[in-house]
Design a protein around this ligand. Structure first.
Ligand SMILES: Cc1cc2nc3c(=O)[nH]c(=O)nc-3n(C[C@H](O)[C@H](O)[C@H](O)COP(=O)(O)OP(=O)(O)OC[C@H]3O[C@@H](n4cnc5c(N)ncnc54)[C@H](O)[C@@H]3O)c2cc1C
Length: 416
């Protein structure tokens, strides 16, 4: 079957890979000159089932209020007149209640656990290299209160099938010796041994190359302007270089998905949540972590990518503005440097900003649409790298009328 995938981020490329393996004729369209150059470019690098608890959780409203007005806070909301932002925030608040938040966490966790086996298969089948560190992920806490709250959330994930260990400060340092200089500031941690880290862009690029070598067509530097439709079916993708047609279409345009869907009468509440990262050369290998770390107090993640460290975090709600605010970018870097002093050559830091395609419930949107030949694979928010292989598998199944082996209830757009 001829299938077009719209968007060559990590989500579009993994979808194309699964379709290729199933024997289909695949075309990928993207406006960038290469795959993975927007949000999938310099993210936190964590493939982390242990991050399944969504941002919309019971402690979020209190925490968000405490950050308002602080220039270096992990969160900034540019309250303006954008009705989409207000609609998003109301829905976000509704999902902060304990019941929905737990259900959403369980759904994301199941998808992340499904992802693990599929990512392992892709690595074995393609040999794609992405500076992977298969060492687990360590979440660090500096106050008893935060640690207790995290242990409660972890208990829920454990009951849903995640292996996660409670550690005291000494055990955290034993696991990751680069934490030794900060031992006295730590209360403890949670360690998820089945998680890993690696470079999402290298993965996306490498997998895209594999797909191209095996016959997937890439239409790069080709902005999509709209989707043409007739009689309840998509009839073509209108691009700046002409119309591209297929039997089936999978839309994986990240934060830009709602803009393409709105003219079709499909409204999905995805809002862009800007985040920052700094990629810094390692100056002292002994002082740099090998295990990917999450610093709960500063809301940053740190991953070792070969001879560099990636530090990522912060959330800024400012529409589609991708400008880099140097204070916020610097705040994330400083928090990372404080945790691993002398590990990095700070002068060599490269800063980046990207837009997480966030849904109010923290669950991606994977499923069918009112158009019989259009499938959605979008809205992966903070966890697109963690969920890409599973989401791509499910979208490929739906696009080709196969029953997904994973339970997809709750993932589709009908929940809105
Ligand atoms: C700071 C930060 C840290 C993060 N850390 C992590 C992490 O540690 N782990 C994790 O799992 N996730 C993380 N994420 C989230 C993750 O990066 C995203 O969920 C993921 O990259 C989304 O992938 P995507 O393919 O949906 O979107 P994208 O990568 O943005 O891909 C969408 C593609 O669509 C194309 N496109 C859009 N509109 C058009 C158009 N009109 N015409 C043609 N092409 C178009 C774009 O060019 C782009 O290539 C982080 C995100 C940020 C910002």
């Amino acid at each position: 079957m001829k299938i077009v995938v719209l968007g060559a981020g990590v989500i579009g490329v993994t979808t194309a890979y699964h379709l290729l393996r199933d024997g289909h004729e695949v075309t990928l369209i993207d406006r960038q000159p290469g795959p993975g150059l927007e949000t999938s470019f310099a993210n936190g690098g964590q493939v982390s089932a242990s991050h399944a608890t969504p941002w919309s959780n019971p402690s979020a409203p209190r925490q968000f209020l405490s950050w308002l007005g602080r220039a270096d806070a992990p969160l900034a909301i540019h309250f303006g007149t954008d009705p989409a932002l207000w609609r998003f925030l109301f829905r976000f608040l509704a999902n902060c209640r304990a019941g929905p938040s737990k259900a959403n966490a369980a759904m994301v966790l199941r998808l992340a656990l499904y992802n693990r086996g599929l990512l392992a298969d892709i690595r074995a089948q393609t040999g794609v290299e992405f500076a992977a560190e298969d060492r687990g992920i360590l979440h660090l806490y500096r106050s008893e209160r935060e640690m207790r709250r995290a242990m409660d959330a972890a208990d829920h994930l454990r009951r849903e099938g995640l292996e996660i260990e409670d550690l005291n400060a000494a055990a955290c340092v034993a696991l990751e010796p680069a934490l030794e200089p900060r031992r006295s500031t730590l209360v403890g941690g949670l360690f998820s041994p089945g998680d890993l880290s690696g470079d999402a862009h290298a993965f996306t690029h490498g997998l895209a190359q594999y797909c191209a070598d095996a016959g997937v067509q890439f239409e790069l530097e080709n902005p999509i302007t709209r989707l043409a439709h007739s009689g309840g079916r998509i009839t073509g993708v209108m691009t700046e270089r002409g119309v591209i047609t297929a039997e089936r279409y999978v839309l994986a345009l990240g934060s830009y998905s709602p803009l393409m869907l709105e003219p079709l009468g499909i409204r999905i509440p995805i809002y862009p949540a800007k985040g920052y990262s700094a990629t810094v050369p390692i100056a002292n290998a002994k002082g740099a972590p090998r295990i990917s770390v999450t610093d709960d107090q500063h809301k940053i993640v740190i991953a070792r990518l070969g001879d560099k460290l990636r530090i990522a975090g912060t959330a800024e709600f400012d529409g589609y503005n991708t400008d880099l605010d140097p204070r916020r970018a610097r705040a994330a870097l400083d928090a990372g440097a404080a945790l691993f002093p002398d590990a990095m050559d700070l002068e060599g830091a490269e800063f980046w900003a990207g837009l997480r395609p966030l849904t109010p419930d923290g669950v991606p949107v994977i499923g069918r649409t009112p158009f019989s030949n259009l499938i959605l694979n979008t809205g992966h928010g903070t966890l697109g790298w963690t969920l890409a292989c599973a989401s791509g598998r499910i979208a490929a199944d739906l696009a080709t009328d196969r029953e997904p082996e994973h339970d997809i209830s709750g993932l589709g757009m009908e929940r809105f």
